[in-house]
Design a protein around this ligand. Structure first.
Ligand code: RP5
Length: 168
């Protein structure tokens, strides 16, 4: 099975956070491919990866970058696939710079921007899976299971809290 989701990140220093996207995709049985490619340091390579992605069977691209984060925007400019951007807190501005750079795209070049950091990376994976689920019943079933496991976890936590409050 070839990967349907391509994860790009601006630097290998982004991997600790961006591995959350790969993990959440794996939870719902979606294979991903990951590469380091920078909008600024390797512009040609980034454009090439974006341009060829659809032809290789990729259906969604997730981009994580920090600081003056242009990776998502450049990829969205070079590909018609849905692009999900994860702003990363890798500069002294703690991700606010990357959030604005990723979210504030000019009209016509959409980037779906997630939260800063690990929650954003996790949600990028889950959102990519939901997009794929529209045309893949197997993924749709696993996305439903993931939601139901999450609800059960919260209910179990509440039950444990109630027990503690009753002094049991
Ligand atoms: C961005 O600059 C990268 O996405 C990374 O978040 C940040 C720092 O990169 P390194 O200097 O650690 O390679 O382009």
């Amino acid at each position: 099975m070839s990967a349907k989701v391509l994860i790009l990140m601006g630097s290998d220093s982004d991997w600790e956070v961006m591995s959350e996207a790969r993990k959440s995709l794996a939870e719902v049985g979606v294979e991903s491919e990951v590469h380091v490619s920078s909008a600024h340091r390797t512009p040609e390579r980034t454009a090439g990866l974006a341009r060829e992605a659809a032809g290789r069977g990729i259906q969604v691209i997730i981009c994580g970058a920090g600081a003056a984060a242009h990776l998502s925007g450049v990829v969205a400019a070079e590909s018609s696939l849905p692009v999900l951007g994860v702003p990363l807190a890798s500069s002294d501005l703690l991700g606010l710079d990357a959030l604005l750079a990723t979210a504030q795209m000019p009209g016509g070049v959409p980037v779906g921007t997630l939260a800063i950091g690990k929650p954003g990376a996790r949600n990028a994976g889950l959102l990519a899976a939901r997009i794929l689920a529209l045309s893949d019943p197997g993924i749709a079933a696993r996305v439903r299971d993931q939601r139901s496991r999450m609800s059960q976890d919260v209910e179990a936590k509440d039950e444990a809290l109630q027990k503690r409050l009753r002094g049991e």
